[in-house]
Design a protein around this ligand. Structure first.
Ligand SMILES: Nc1ncnc2c1ncn2[C@@H]1O[C@H](COP(=O)(O)OP(=O)(O)OP(=O)(O)O)[C@@H](O)[C@H]1O
Ligand SMILES: [Mg+2]
Length: 240
């Protein structure tokens, strides 16, 4: 459903993406692993339209590489950014509603708010609380909920586990696992390779702006490029 063909992004002398091609099928979770500086965030920025303009990107067969960010958002691309980027002085409810600003179907928006707080029951309790008072895990739930409020076809997650306590990390990954459906595909960027591989269907490994391995997780689990570079050898599937 999402196809990237030979993406190149340069920041001055840094070739942040150096010929990245990926094909993300509909449904399921596609994980992109890579160390600091590998180009993961740049990849997501080029998909949403904030880097590498005029790249060859297709969403359900339609060329979107020439479209500005707002137009891509309208077509169903939503990002949960690195570091969450909530509005700290706004309440949980207000932050969630920001995700639906482009929508006109008010009644459906209210239904989706209800859906989001049933996925994240703690957000119902915190609904009127300011985002700045939330724990890291709760903040990440708001960030994911806000993106879901746009009813995306493809949800891009930039290191959702970053900065969270281990227990919150497990919870967030369980929630991410429950998101994909006939309508929603997840593209998950992570440094926590073990956790990401435990929930992903497909995986790509980025190294200095290049894809060095990609395919079905079941087939790549034992691949030395995945093991050596990102897992320190621990390719288990112990927790969910
Ligand atoms: N705005 C920018 N200006 C200059 N260089 C940049 C800019 N953004 C990213 N880079 C460089 O591009 C490369 C890829 O950065 P990117 O943020 O995509 O990596 P990343 O995989 O997301 O890293 P991290 O895991 O630290 O978030 C890095 O070398 C980075 O220093
Ligand atoms: Mg990044």
């Amino acid at each position: 459903m999402l196809e990237l063909v030979d993406l190149h992004v340069r920041y001055g002398h840094v070739h942040a993406l150096n010929g990245v091609s990926l094909s993300v099928p509909a449904g399921g979770i596609y994980a992109v692993l890579g160390a600091n500086g590998a180009g993961k965030t740049t990849l997501l920025r080029s998909i949403i339209g904030l880097a590498g303009q005029n790249s060859t990107i297709r969403l359900d067969g339609r060329a979107i590489g020439g479209l500005p960010a707002f137009a891509r958002a309208r077509l169903g691309i939503a990002l949960v950014p690195e570091g969450r980027r909530l509005f700290p002085e706004f309440s949980v409810g207000e932050n969630l509603r920001i995700g639906a600003l482009q929508r006109k179907d008010r009644i459906e928006v209210e239904r989706d708010i209800e859906r989001v707080v049933s996925i994240f029951p703690v957000l119902r309790e915190r609904y009127h609380q300011r985002a700045s008072t939330l724990s890291g895990g709760e903040g990440q739930m708001v960030a994911i909920g806000r993106a879901l409020m746009a009813r995306p076809k493809i949800l891009l997650l930039d290191e959702p586990s970053m900065g969270l306590m281990p227990k919150a990390v497990s919870q967030i990954f369980r929630i991410i696992r429950s998101i994909p459906s006939g309508e929603v595909t997840v593209l998950l960027v992570e440094q926590n390779a073990r956790k990401a591989l435990a929930i992903a269907d497909r995986v790509a490994v980025l190294e200095l702006g290049r894809v060095v391995a990609n395919g079905a997780v079941a087939e790549l689990r034992e691949d030395p490029r995945i093991k050596a570079a990102y897992l320190g050898g621990q390719v288990d599937n112990a927790e969910g």
